[in-house]
Design a binder for this molecule. Structure first.
Ligand code: PLP
Length: 451
């Protein structure tokens, strides 16, 4: 007797929310393959994660060796050679002064650690009133409660608002939309940076603990760097008022913008920085918070312990994977490759979309690039949010075998959709051609040049 086949039910919560997804079967270089054998070019490294591509033999070997030796030992009892070597390697390549590393399991955890460290630091140095965080409107710092409270992604924050600590949001540095016609770039950067000073003064200097920002904004704005001079002014303001500068390099760090840390290109050093995504390159979940020695010293010479921690911090296998990743990025020359291939990608995007009536801006650094989509190039009018342009492009690209990362405008639905590209640093010129061709076809499916 024939049995009626019931549709398969997925018990994975996230999948139930995301809808019907293909099952990933394997990865190879810049490609992922689903169970049916269909090939996808990973043009965004997932969400700017897979900087080395898939199935890197050196990372797999480092993880296997560590697992064979010891997979886990609690950091309350042991350190590990992998975690020590990773911290040494990071410190050897960071902006000046960031010489202590706190290893966790991802970006949001690292942000929580940064916020709690900032708070405890001010208690240790006798400034216990400092607790307020200032961030920028177009920013995302993660989904745990402290990180969510800091970020300016209103859509993600809205249902959880009653659970969030108070925070303030100043203007992002978004020259394409906000620079006035009569204003030069430097003056624009100073004007928006000065909003930080106004907000510190409004709140009362003695209340403010930290300013947090992504040096190149990722998901909420689409590979958006600040104009030259902006971060130097921000640094000056933080110094003037004794406010800690936290730079969130979860997405833009680890070579993504062509230097290991995006802040290197701004000529400043933060007090605290946060990395994740590219640190583990998808091979293991890992993140890190790094701070200036004086912050560590205040705690070491004060109460003696950072009142924070998680079970899996400093996990040996994650540390071994990250050490192999960072070694390839630095000694293996992949950061330099990100810068070089970034130029190729920028050139191809400009050639393909430079005159496209619905591409308002092409921006980014290194292999962290984005297109901002507009209904009208001259007026920069965004598409109506009801058109769901970003979601439709994601779907069209995926159908054509391209993974890219489109996002809807997030301040108030009026800022424009964008498509973020963040391919693995091993990408070749012909694979860049394939990426740009497929993206052009996907755009044509949704926002054709002639409608
Ligand atoms: N900060 C930034 C800039 C991010 O882009 C993200 C994630 O997308 C996070 C923090 C949070 O990282 P995670 O998703 O690993 O918790």
């Amino acid at each position: 007797m024939l049995q009626r086949k019931e549709p398969a039910v997925s018990h994975i919560f996230a999948r139930a929310c995301a809808g019907d997804l293909p099952e990933v079967a394997r990865g190879d270089g810049v490609y992922l393959f689903d169970k049916s054998g269909k090939r996808y070019l990973d043009g965004s490294g997932g969400a700017a994660v897979s900087c080395l591509g898939h199935s890197d033999p050196d990372v797999l070997a480092a993880m296997t060796a560590q697992m064979k030796a010891v997979a886990f030992a609690h950091t309350g009892f042991f350190t590990s050679a992998a975690a020590e070597a990773l911290a040494d390697k990071l410190v050897a390549h960071t902006p000046p002064g960031l010489d202590r590393v706190w290893l966790v399991s991802g970006g949001s955890e690292a942000i929580e650690a940064a916020l709690k460290l900032a708070r405890q630091y001010f208690i240790e140095v006798g400034q216990p009133t400092r607790h307020r965080v200032i961030a920028r409107r177009q920013s995302y710092h993660g989904n745990t409660l402290g990180a969510l409270a800091s970020g300016g992604n209103m859509w993600r924050r809205q249902p959880f608002d009653p659970l969030l600590m108070p925070s303030s949001h100043i203007a992002p540095c978004y020259a394409y939309r906000d620079q006035r016609p009569d204003e030069d770039t430097e003056a624009y950067g100073q004007r928006v940076a000065d909003e930080l000073e106004s907000e510190i003064l409004r709140l009362g200097n003695e209340q403010v603990m930290a300013f947090i920002a992504e040096p190149v904004v990722g998901a909420t704005a689409g590979a958006l760097p600040a104009v030259p001079g902006y971060f130097r002014r921000i640094r000056e303001i933080c110094d003037r008022y004794g406010v800690l500068l936290i730079l969130d390099e979860v997405m833009c760090g680890m070579g993504r913008t062509g230097t290991l840390f995006a802040s290197e290109q701004e000529g400043i050093s933060p007090d605290i920085t946060v990395i994740a995504k590219g640190l583990g390159a998808g091979y293991q979940p890992i993140g890190a918070m790094m701070c200036q020695g004086r912050i560590y010293q205040a705690i070491a010479e004060g109460s003696g312990a950072f009142q924070h921690g998680h079970t899996y911090m400093g996990h040996p296998v994650a540390a071994a994977a990250a050490l192999a990743v960072v070694t390839k990025l630095t000694d293996g020359g992949l950061v330099k490759r990100s810068a070089a291939m970034g130029e190729v990608l920028a050139e191809r995007l400009l050639a393909q979309f430079g005159q496209h009536p619905h591409v308002g801006d092409i921006r980014g650094r290194g292999l962290f690039m984005a297109l901002e989509l507009v209904a009208d190039r001259d007026s920069k009018a965004p598409f109506d949010s009801a058109d769901k342009i970003a979601g439709r492009i994601k779907k069209a690209a995926f159908a054509r075998g391209l993974i890219c990362y489109p996002m809807a405008g997030t301040i108030d639905g009026q800022r424009g959709d964008h498509v973020l590209l963040a391919p693995p640093f091993i990408i070749s010129e012909s694979e860049i051609d394939e990426l740009v061709d497929k993206l052009a076809m996907a755009l044509n499916d949704v926002v054709p040049e002639r409608r």
